[in-house]
Ligand binder design. Structure first.
Ligand code: NAD
Length: 438
């Protein structure tokens, strides 16, 4: 099939590369010429394991990138994978996605219409971005306004994405479920035909949930809100454990044996960040509030998450006054495997250290450049060991595997105080070591 993917960020580039790998003919669109040049060069503008290999294999062959919407008129399916960030009040900003939907509609209106249009002449536009239920109508309106007289040839569906940064390629190829939000059998057939080669190639037996467009996007919010709240509950209980001198991990390992609960997302620590949980929980809270309901569980999930970095800093305060001292922050990305620092817990940690007058030195295997743009006044080390050199204290914020093996590197600190927000440090001897919830 001919597929156009509009928006080539974490989701769009993964989608474009995996669909090309599954045999489709893919055009990736982005307004950023650097992103487009990178893809045409066979590499991703972002760090995502496995993505560069796929781009190197298919760029210039089944995959091309462009800043124009010229692939849209001939496409069997056009995906919209544009960012849907939060406004200052937490509500969803649909501006960039609406603009892309309108441009997609305009591009469709330039397609030559056959004398007697058949189903094959219809254009399927699929919203991959995460949007609120009321947002579906707004995007449909923008798309149809752009399409003008061609509006009756356009079909809008939603198909939320559940991949995780750091394992995006693998997640996309092995999804737990596919959610098709459309009232049209024709659109379902086309989506099934699109995904089929991908699922056949990976031998994945994937349940398909077919529903209306608004329910489909709500499934995505409910999914993320549930996971975010699960972590916050684990953190809340972890804070209780710490008060009693109990190891929260021992508790949660046992709790996770209950089939009704499951073992995942019970690792307590400094909290969730990234581009999805914070903005998605904010967006659905805000949309609910606008519809006349304040969701107290979601408010609590955010409140617990917001307080974890301060708890980590208070633990540090209980051991050392860091004013004028060098303090290492190990891990800047919001989680391992990505260079994404959006809403990383390292941000409030660095701000808190700076407010205490500490001299901060950060280290991350891949996210240093992006964090340098956010905090140009912070020093950045080339290795974790270099960050620890002469530091008075270290705060572990991201659970990169390499931190587990630091061992002797802590000997470069005079009286090492280590506050671990992710339970990743294995060495405890000779350190003043504090786990956040253990
Ligand atoms: P991103 O910010 O990484 O990428 C968005 C891209 O769209 C950017 O490269 C930007 O230059 C481009 N863009 C903006 N306006 C454009 C326009 N008019 N035309 C063409 N390109 C344009 O975003 P992302 O992380 O890939 O997320 C995209 C959507 O998918 C969001 O709604 C997000 O919530 C959702 N999502 C993200 C993830 C994730 O892990 N990142 C997972 C599931 C769902």
């Amino acid at each position: 099939m001919r597929v156009t993917v509009v928006g080539s960020g974490y989701v769009g580039t993964t989608l474009a590369a995996c669909l090309a790998d599954a045999g489709h003919d893919v055009t990736a669109v982005d307004i950023d010429p650097d992103v487009v040049a990178a893809i045409n060069d066979g590499r991703a503008a972002i760090h995502e394991p496995g993505l560069d290999d796929l781009l190197a294999e298919h760029a210039g062959d089944r995959l091309r990138a462009t800043t124009e919407y010229d692939g849209v008129p001939d496409a069997d399916v056009t995906f919209l994978a544009i960012g849907t960030p939060s406004r200052a009040d937490g509500s969803i900003d649909l501006g960039p996605l609406s603009a892309a939907a309108e441009m997609t509609g305009e591009a469709i209106s330039t397609a030559t219409e056959t004398a007697e249009p058949t189903a094959a002449d219809r254009h399927l536009v699929v919203v991959k971005s995460t949007i609120t239920p009321p947002g579906v109508g707004e995007i449909r309106e923008a798309l149809l306004a752009g399409a003008g007289d061609a509006a009756d040839r356009v079909e809008l569906a939603t198909n939320p994405e559940f991949l995780r940064e750091g394992t995006a390629v693998d997640d996309f190829r092995h999804p737990d479920k596919l959610v098709f939000g459309t009232d049209s059998d024709w659109a379902v057939d086309r989506l099934e035909a699109l995904y089929e080669p991908l699922l056949v190639a990976t031998d994945a037996d994937v349940p398909v949930v077919r529903t209306d467009p608004e329910t489909a996007v709500m499934i995505k919010y409910a999914n993320n809100a549930f996971l975010a709240a699960k972590i916050s509950l684990a953190n809340d209980l972890g804070n209780v454990c710490k008060r009693f001198g109990i190891d929260a991990y021992e508790v949660m390992d046992a709790v996770g044996l209950d089939d009704r609960i499951g073992a995942q997302f019970l690792r307590s620590g400094v909290g969730w960040g990234g581009s999805c949980f914070p903005k998605d929980v904010d967006a659905i809270r805000s949309a609910a509030r606008e519809a006349g309901y304040e969701p107290p569980m979601l408010e609590a999930a955010v409140a617990v998450n917001d307080s974890q970095p301060e708890r980590m800093l208070e633990l540090l305060d209980s051991h050392v006054d860091v004013a004028g001292e060098r303090v290492a922050v190990l891990g800047l990305a919001f989680k391992p495997g990505t260079d994404d620092i959006r809403n990383s817990r390292a941000i409030p940690i660095i701000e808190g250290l700076q407010a205490r007058g500490a001299e901060v030195v950060g280290y991350d295997p891949v996210a240093t450049d992006t964090m340098r743009e956010r905090f140009p006044d912070v020093a950045y080390a080339d290795s974790a060991a270099a960050a620890l050199d002469d530091a008075r204290a270290a705060l572990v914020v991201t659970d990169w595997d390499e931190f587990a093996a630091l061992g002797d590197a802590f000997d470069a600190m005079a009286e090492p105080v280590v506050i671990d927000g992710r339970r990743v440090i294995e060495r405890r001897d000779g350190l003043t070591y504090e786990g956040l919830t253990w």
